[in-house]
Design a protein around this ligand. Structure first.
Ligand SMILES: Nc1ncnc2c1ncn2[C@@H]1O[C@H](COP(=O)(O)OP(=O)(O)OP(=O)(O)O)[C@@H](O)[C@H]1O
Ligand SMILES: [Mg+2]
Length: 361
């Protein structure tokens, strides 16, 4: 008898590998001989496209589950993998998301309950927002995988996500758990030198998956070829990452009772969007990420400087992204407003400078 666990993959901050994770975890669980249904609840339909499904001639999609005009079974499609089926996404979901008359957050739960016993896992790819579609997904789910990139700007979004989980637990789905927090880091980052990583580990403790998702160029190739990364031979590192993650998910299920530990309940119940994570942010600001001082603000003179020169002028790097270095600017620092200087390099010289402001509210 299948265990039928429903897992949403969600982070309202976009481009954090939510869809890649939903897609590849579904594929990997299938390879590990679990029966999986992937539900594409994002109007962008990236998970559907990622499985090579052309949506043009589809009769039914996840939209029908919300409209309740067709049996759930009729919306399910086969994929290239015998263990993996999908309920494809629809761009029309975007209309549902913004229609304020849509208040029934039980629709997806009701629809999925009709097929739940046919699968070991139902994985829901959520859109990058905390609207109607994500709330429906949370109500339908047993747990949530939260992909997080180890970058400072992530923390703001996490607070809101945790508050939403807390709200759903209080109002509609008592048993909603955090399946795990999946950290993504690029090759240059290592756990020991990344203060965000250490802080997340400290905060989430054993809710952090042991598997760390490496930023890997072959994922781009995988989505480009419309092939799920796990099946794409060249993306060995990604495959190994997602196979390991899926083994953790299976293990989690065996340890279910243990997982519902005090820590998890404490994290969710103690979440207060306006306090807990902001305290973390404040702490990080003060201790780990001492800002540099840049009084004259004429950033243009940094054009053409080498990385070494930049280091000697600006000091501590706040974050190193694939294509840019990020520095924090010390003036106008309030808890809720941060200014960052992004330096884009071309052949080791600053090519492009951008000032970005992030508002935490
Ligand atoms: N581990 C990774 N290494 C490199 N690139 C990645 C990785 N994971 C995802 N990507 C790429 O980053 C982009 C965003 O990934 P993905 O669509 O999975 O994120 P998302 O959080 O679902 O985004 P969205 O907000 O559009 O829903 C895609 O182009 C994807 O190919
Ligand atoms: Mg997505």
């Amino acid at each position: 008898m299948p265990l039928s666990k429903i897992i949403a993959v969600a982070n309202q901050k976009g481009s954090v590998s939510t869809t890649s994770t939903a897609l590849n975890v579904s594929g990997a669980l299938g390879i590990l001989d679990r029966k999986v249904l992937l539900v594409d609840a994002d109007p962008q339909r990236n998970a559907t496209a990622g499985l090579g499904i052309l949506t043009k001639n589809l009769r039914f999609s996840v939209e029908n589950l919300f409209k309740r005009d067709v049996d759930t079974q009729q919306c399910i499609l086969e994929t290239h993998s015998p263990n993996l089926k999908i309920i494809p996404g629809s761009t029309k979901l975007a209309e549902l998301e913004i229609n304020i008359e849509n208040t029934n957050i039980n629709r997806l739960k009701e629809a999925l309950s009709k097929v739940q016993n046919e699968y070991d896992y139902i994985i829901i790819d959520c859109p990058p927002s905390l609207g109607f579609l994500t709330l429906n997904s949370f109500v339908a789910s047993d747990s949530i995988i939260i992909p997080v990139q180890c970058e400072f700007v992530e923390l703001d979004g996490l607070s809101k996500l945790l508050s939403t989980i807390q709200h759903i637990r209080k109002t509609s789905n008592l048993n909603l758990d955090i399946e795990g927090v999946l950290l993504t880091m690029n090759d240059k980052q290592s756990g020991h030198t990344n203060p965000i990583y250490s802080e997340l580990i400290r905060y989430f403790d054993d809710l952090i998956f042991k598997t760390i998702l490496k930023k890997n160029i072959s994922i781009h190739k995988a989505s480009h070829f419309n092939v799920n990364g796990v099946d794409y031979k060249a993306s060995r590192e990604v495959s190994i990452n997602y196979m390991n993650l899926s083994r953790e998910i299976i293990r989690n299920q065996n340890l279910e009772k243990l997982k519902k530990s005090k820590k998890q309940t404490q994290i969710i119940n103690d979440t207060n969007e306006h306090t807990s994570f902001y305290q973390t942010i404040k702490k990080l600001n003060q201790q780990d990420l001492k800002p540099f001082s840049f009084k004259d603000k004429s950033f243009n003179k940094l054009h053409g400087c080498t990385k070494k020169e930049i280091t000697s002028i600006l000091g501590i790097i706040y974050d190193e992204l694939e294509d840019a270095r990020v520095y924090r600017i010390s003036d106008k620092i309030g808890l809720f407003k941060k200014n960052y200087l992004y330096l884009f390099f071309d052949e080791n010289k600053v090519k492009y400078i951008q000032l970005r402001r992030f508002k935490f509210s």
